[in-house]
Design a protein. Structure first.
Length: 86
């Protein structure tokens, strides 16, 4: 492992374009574990999860959180139309 501040090793430098490609292909929805798993299965690259995390962080490719949908509801019972006596 190179000391802090030094560029990544040759093997790690070769993995970074593959990681960037997977992130772009998934539209930045994959986390580092899924990126590492995809690299292992599709590309046949041996990579640890933490190594993938480090590369994803340094390249700025972290998974983007989906926005939560706002729930819309009304107070009252479901199916009631109001007062029965009109």
């Amino acid at each position: 492992m190179p000391p802090r501040g030094e560029p990544p090793s040759g093997r790690q430098a070769a993995e970074r374009p593959a990681i960037a490609g997977i992130c772009e292909k998934s539209r930045f929805r994959y986390g580092y574990r899924r990126v590492a798993d995809t690299l292992r299965k599709a590309a046949g690259i041996r990579i640890a999860d933490k190594t993938a995390l480090k590369a994803v962080r340094e390249e700025g490719l972290l998974c983007r959180a989906r926005r939560r949908r706002r729930r819309r509801f009304r107070m009252g019972r479901a199916g009631s139309t109001g007062c029965a006596r009109l």
